[in-house]
Design a protein around this ligand. Structure first.
Ligand code: ZN
Length: 450
């Protein structure tokens, strides 16, 4: 059968977002911004008004879905904003991002706040954008209105978030929220560092990375993860651990999943590519919480991904201004904790994956399909009929040196990756069948409906 569509992509190499489907030659037909047909390239009779012919040097991937991005607008637009963040996303092959509920003013803890955020984002996004709502003490009456207004799910902290308008919940409040959200069919994303031992972490000051690392021991995460598991077990709610750094917690997560607890977990490119051993004193660009740990920990996180204990890799793009990183003093106590890596998530992860013999089919499952599933984005994260025609065209064998001048987030000088050689050059991002055009923002604001 011949399908006449708007666009035919002829890819000699493609991955679909399904880890079980190896890289293969595919013909992909697109009409009205959606994939309408996918078939083996050999013998394909699909046709399109336009044809995108991809050579052997590039791989067609589903557009990446980054479910952990702090856009900070409105309120802290001097840190980051929808225009710059989504431009960085598109340059990095990310065609959908989901914005975190804190670091903006207002924080997304009510339906009114969500409306304010959507107004701020409207008309300036280069990729599609969804929103997480926030769970804070006392906002239980807002959870259902937020869910009805289309948030993908909710986020909470178990320790001080650093944002005064986004206080942490205690274990009882966590369980109560999970119970409510189970009824609403939405996941609860949890920043799993325990509040019980965080006081020394807040008190830490100095240029030494070892001191900073010691102030955020693995035990903080381990304790919190155990609490999240028990809350999910008791309530039947879906808990998702964000940015797992402590590999100690992997056996607990694996065991809970085996027992049927509704639990998922993510990690981030910085935990998978950087190590504590290489971070010099005063190098506050590397500060994040939980912190980057030792090389042995990094290897165990890779094993956790391969064992499917960790389901996904997302950026935790957490931007700030240059002075907020305290470059003059190099004081880890003063510096903002967060790394901006939206644009580099794919090359960072791929550079490490290929060294370990992991293919792009698996990387696409971690960076496209799994985060889309978490956020309930049923039309995103795969190359398959019925899905949005969002793609990333990657030259995987090509390498480049990270030049902050090429990064599109608001304060590229804050990157810890300057000067690093990475594999995987993003040649093109397509959003609903059309190349992302920096002069014409076409991103939609997404609402979760199921
Ligand atoms: Zn975050």
């Amino acid at each position: 059968m011949t399908v006449i569509g708007d666009l035919l992509i002829r890819a000699r190499r493609a991955v679909t977002g399904d880890a079980a489907q190896p890289e293969q030659p595919l013909a992909v037909g697109v009409t009205g911004g959606r994939v309408v047909a996918v078939e083996p390239l050999a013998g394909s009779r699909l046709a399109g008004r336009d044809t995108l012919e991809l050579g052997e040097e590039v791989v067609l991937l589903p557009g990446l879905v980054d479910s952990h991005v702090h856009v900070c607008e409105p309120g802290h637009t001097e840190w980051e904003g929808f225009a710059s963040a989504t431009r960085a996303a598109a340059a990095g092959g990310v065609t959908t991002l989901v914005d975190m509920p804190l670091d903006s003013v207002p924080a997304t803890v009510s339906a009114d706040a969500l409306a304010a955020k959507r107004r701020a984002a409207d008309g300036q996004c280069h990729v599609d954008v969804g929103f997480w709502g926030g769970v804070i003490p006392g906002n239980t009456p807002e959870l259902e209105p937020l869910a009805r207004a289309g948030v993908a799910g909710f986020k909470c902290f178990l320790a001080d978030s650093g944002a005064p308008d986004f206080p942490p919940v205690d274990v009882g409040q966590l369980a109560a929220a999970l119970g409510v959200l189970a009824g609403l069919g939405r996941p609860l994303l949890v920043h799993a560092e325990s509040a019980r031992a965080v006081a020394p972490a807040r008190a830490y000051a100095g240029r030494g990375y070892a001191g900073y690392l010691a102030s955020h021991p693995r035990g903080l995460e381990n304790l919190a993860v155990a609490e999240v598991i028990e809350a999910a077990r008791v309530t039947g709610g879906h808990a998702h651990i964000v940015h797992l750094s402590s590999s100690d917690a992997l056996p607990m997560i694996a065991s809970a999943k085996r027992e049927g607890v509704r639990l998922t977990a993510e990690t981030c490119p910085h935990y998978l590519s950087l190590t504590a051993e290489e971070i010099g004193d005063g190098e506050t660009a590397y500060k994040c919480a939980p912190p980057i740990r030792e090389a042995a920990n990094r290897e165990l996180l890779w094993a956790g991904l391969q064992d499917r204990v960790l389901a996904m890799v997302v950026s935790d793009h957490s931007p700030c201004t240059v002075p907020m990183k305290a470059p003059d003093t190099g004081d880890f106590g003063l510096a903002w904790g967060g790394i901006s890596s939206l644009q580099l998530g794919l090359p960072l992860t791929w550079t490490q994956a290929r060294r370990r013999g992991i293919g792009l089919a698996q990387v696409a499952a971690w960076m496209s399909a799994a985060p889309a599933r978490l956020a309930g984005l049923t039309a995103k994260g795969r190359i398959a009929a019925g899905y949005d025609a969002d793609f990333c065209v990657l030259a995987p064998e090509e390498s480049f040196v990270v030049d902050p001048g090429q990064l599109h987030h608001r304060h590229p000088a804050t990157t810890p990756y300057a000067g690093r050689r990475l594999h995987g050059v993003v040649r093109l991002s397509l959003l609903r069948g059309q190349a992302v055009d920096p002069g014409r923002p076409r991103g939609k604001l997404l609402r979760r409906t199921q």
